[in-house]
Ligand binder design. Sequence first.
Ligand SMILES: C[S@@+](CC[C@H](N)C(=O)[O-])C[C@H]1O[C@@H](n2cnc3c(N)ncnc32)[C@H](O)[C@@H]1O
Length: 351
Amino acid sequence: MAVDTEKLNAFLGRFVGDLGAAVHAGMVVIGDRLGLYRALATGPLSSAELARKTGTDERYVREWLSSQAAGGYVTYDAAAGNFSLSEEQAFALAMEDSPAYVPGAFELALGSLQAVPRITEAFRSGAGMGWHEHDPQVFHGCEKFFRPGYAANLVSSWIPALNGVREKLEHGASVADAGCGQGASTVLMAQAFPKSRFVGFDYHQASIDAARASAQRHGVADRVRFEVARSKDFPGGGYDLVTMFDCLHDMGDPKGAAQHVRRSLAADGTWMIVEPFAHDELEANLNPVGRVYYSFSTLLCTPCSRSQEVGLCLGAQAGEKRMREVVTSAGFTRFRRATETPFNLVYEARP
Ligand SMILES: C[S@@+](CC[C@H](N)C(=O)[O-])C[C@H]1O[C@@H](n2cnc3c(N)ncnc32)[C@H](O)[C@@H]1O
């Protein structure tokens, strides 16, 4: 073997960063659950002060703080012997309403990793694993991770990017949010457009229960309901808008779902499809965002699709070309990329 030491060291440097990041996921979830970040956001604290403030054990807290400072998630002042959050760290770690709030992503990661034994076996057998079979942290973490992005973009830029949809919603429209999960997108739309009526569908009972509770909590239960239904047979018709957020690629039969949406829409209705950002070619997705999506897709999206009829397995990095094929093969005559963010593509499909 002719190992180039410089290249090996560069690779090992990368490995140390990745190993730290892997265990760091657990650290972030602990800090979020115990309110450690939120307490630190109020001002510099020693480990003893943080422990006192949060009702936790000082020795554990000191070790956690050290891991956080080493990882750049917390700022350490050696002279003063205390820890704090910069404005940016607080924005991303302590403010649940900020568009950059990240702890949900780590909860989603930890929950997804619980499936590693089963997915390892699935590599051999080719079996699927349904969304509903995952650790509950997946459902909760997914909502917590996606909601800030939806709150920042959905009403202010994604809906306005669709032809005539905002006006319809303002006057009073009928909307179905299919594959709604715990209903983050449905509730946000209902808050913004009080004259419209919304129904969220998902095949997962526990997510629908959480969505109903969320609608109550947010005071929009008068205009939103949630029902257990699959994307190929959800009830109702004449919808002005059907939405699918980050779920079309999870479905076993996205073309069958597209045909059902086509039948459920009003003649001049719109189907908004929000998907993970992706390019059409693999080589263009070989970057940090692609790595995140391909990894989640291996644990969650691909097995979910495989567990359902047809099992098309589009994957989370399907890209616009494949989405266009699926959508237009179901009879939609118009399909376009309406807008995008670094994490999402937003498509508009019309009959
Ligand atoms: C990644 S989650 C996204 C949830 C939600 N739309 C959001 O953005 O927070 C994918 C969702 O699709 C749902 N799902 C998967 N296959 C489905 C199907 N065939 N019919 C209805 N829902 C489905 C899952 O239960 C899960 O809630």
